[in-house]
Write a protein that binds this ligand. Sequence first.
Ligand SMILES: [Zn+2]
Length: 299
Amino acid sequence: MKDYLAKAITNDGMFRAYAINATQMVTTAQVKHDTWSAASTALGRTLVAATLLATSTDKSGKSITVKINGGGPVGGIVVEADSNGYAKGYVANPHTELTLNDKNEIDVGQVVGVNGYLEVTKNVMDKEPYTSSVPLTSGEIGDDFTFYLAQSEQIPSALAVSVLINSDNSIQVAGGYLIQVLPGASEEAISQLEEKLKTLPALSEMLIANKTPEEILNQIFGEKQLQLLTTMPVEFYCNCSKERFANDLVGIPVDQLTAIRDEQHGMEIVCNFCHNKYEYSEEQLNAIIDLASQSQQEK
Ligand SMILES: [Zn+2]
């Protein structure tokens, strides 16, 4: 199944819902960063949650940056996702394996940690980026995003994410859903939904059974209770380029750039998000230094 997202609204207009299959997205992240089980799960869950968050907005051209640092063994996680379904991310310690808790389950909360924050920065065209954060509640990612949505966005929501890993470290399945309570929702409908969510098969089971995003939403709300609004592909994608990094280099103080040129006679940059490498020759670095000294003199 190709990765995609489905958006729907309930017929009674009380809930909006999004479900996503992101197995390929998380597989790409796993391969690019050579993540081991714990890091794959933590990064994968954050990729899925951030994609749900970024696509659950009506404004196109908007992107978000999510940072999580709970002090656990995986270290910091950074994910950027946009409203067009593209996401990219990395984790500080990719070679982290999962420890099992006393129920023999994967303890994601422990590997992420709870001594820190979930921070979300929104980048909207022509506006200053806006950052808000909440303390991590469980480090399980899904709960933390649900708490963020309630606190910072003041939208009662339920966000669930799941990533399952094969014994060879490849990704078995990854996906998630987001349900938003709309302003007209009745208390009764909300408590019915809460009860329903408790009795549903686990998200991981639905993903293993190859349920499509639409089938996951139907399972939550019941057949014929939903109007499908749209579907869109989602993908791990990095928009970095040699030109883009060169533009960033122009912002580095000229004396630092000349020091690098004199010592290394060139430069190599590795993108954190996708591990692509970009080489700059001494001549190219000289051209960057010229631009940097022009723009830094103007200030
Ligand atoms: Zn990149």
